[in-house]
Design a protein around this ligand. Structure first.
Ligand SMILES: [Zn+2]
Length: 391
């Protein structure tokens, strides 16, 4: 039996409580059979949600096993030697309410954390990998990404004018650097219950009277989703941004961020490590989060990515080796040359893949396929938007 060149993927859907009940059925004709929120579709080989492929004899196999049977053929020699596994995970994410305020660790912290995890389970680390992320908006996508300039943060908290925070703010004003912000952040996150309630009541009052015009929509949404949560102070600290459909952002490990609302494609290194500070009912590990967070501020004009036209494809330059993200918006029939393994996702419309050996595969919006490195070259004919993720 000849090996196949295109493997349609059967993917795990995660029903996290922040997920949307309509987005996947509206965008992708994925039926909502049980009324549960549908938060994420996972395409990849991560043990927490491995995709399944069909073998030529009709039996189903986890994608990780297909890869492990012949890593050099499926991943390609370079990726197989460098990573020894599929190095990326592709998701579609549909947020109805905000996801937690979070940080993904750098690789060295993840390696140490995962080792500790195996000795004494804390639930903080699921693997030893870093998790840089790229997020590409399919609908208007509200998010927070990285610290604002220190002076902006100070200005916001001066406007808030909360007595409970006065001392911490004075300390930060006297030390406007990474260490100063770190201490300020810890002081905010550790406010005692009564002080926290008073500060949040003041935040809501100031927001209602239009004191923070630029961030009012973000605060409103977060107050509605997570009343009483200390993470409500985060829009005063972090860049608030709404990506238009077709815009993308890169999130470095160590960056404090949160996704607030919307549908997006997300590509990341093959990891599920998340440390949380707020906007969640899940476990918070503040000391570990602080250890993994970079407290430098980020210039606002570096938030969105600038894609590069590469022949027929738009390529998003990513500063890590774990994944590459390219897409095609023009309706056309074009050759695709594989340098390594690839996952293709149809984001809208439909596509047909055809190989010189006669094999073809039709995909519609929301469907995806795994393409082993040994496929070499194929022709992609499509109408609508398609993204290609490789390593
Ligand atoms: Zn994240």
């Amino acid at each position: 039996m000849n090996p196949r060149v295109f493997y349609p993927l059967h993917n795990t859907i995660k029903h996290y409580p922040w997920g949307s009940k309509q987005a996947f059925s509206t965008l992708f004709a994925i039926s909502d059979t049980d009324g549960q929120p549908q938060a994420e579709i996972w395409m990849g080989a991560h043990p927490s949600g491995c995709s399944v492929v069909e073998q030529p004899n009709g039996t189903q196999l986890p994608l990780s096993e297909l890869i492990n049977q012949e890593p050099e053929t499926t991943l390609g020699l370079r990726v197989s030697q460098q990573f020894g596994e599929l190095p990326f995970l592709l998701k579609v994410l549909a947020a109805q309410s905000a996801l937690s305020l979070q940080v993904h660790p750098e690789k060295t912290y993840a390696e140490q954390g995962f080792l500790r995890e195996q000795q004494m389970a804390s639930g903080d680390y699921h693997d030893g990998n870093h998790k840089p992320e790229l997020v590409y908006a399919l609908t208007p996508f509200m998010a927070m990404n990285g610290f604002r300039p220190y002076d902006d943060i100070i200005h916001h908290f001066e406007l808030l004018d909360a007595p409970e925070i006065k001392h911490a703010l004075a300390d930060f004003k006297a030390q406007r650097d990474e260490s100063g912000l770190q201490h300020f952040f810890i002081a905010l996150m550790q406010l005692e219950t009564a002080q926290r309630s008073a500060a949040l009541a003041r935040l809501e009052e100031k927001n209602n009277t239009g004191v923070f015009p630029q961030i009012t929509p973000y605060l409103k949404k977060l107050i509605q989703d997570y009343p009483g949560d200390i993470g409500l102070l985060s829009p005063l600290l972090l860049h608030c941004i709404t990506l238009d459909p077709g815009e993308a952002m890169f999130l470095w490990p160590g960056t404090l961020h949160a996704y607030i609302q919307g549908v997006a494609v997300e590509v990341m290194a093959n990891s599920d490590n998340v440390l949380r500070a707020g906007l969640t009912a899940k476990k918070i590990n503040l000391p570990e989060l602080v250890r993994c967070t970079h407290f430098h501020s980020r210039p606002e004009n570096t938030l969105t990515m600038k894609p590069v036209q590469e022949g027929h494809f738009l390529s998003y330059p990513v500063p890590v080796e774990d994944f590459r993200f390219t897409l095609s918006k023009t309706n056309d029939s074009v050759p695709v040359m594989l340098e390594s393994v690839q996952i293709i996702l149809v984001m809208s419309g439909h596509a047909m893949l055809s190989h010189a050996n006669g094999e073809t595969l039709n995909l519609v919006a929301g469907q995806s396929a795994f393409i082993p490195a040994s496929t070499g070259e194929y022709v992609l004919s499509h109408q609508g938007e398609v993204c290609l993720v490789s390593a």
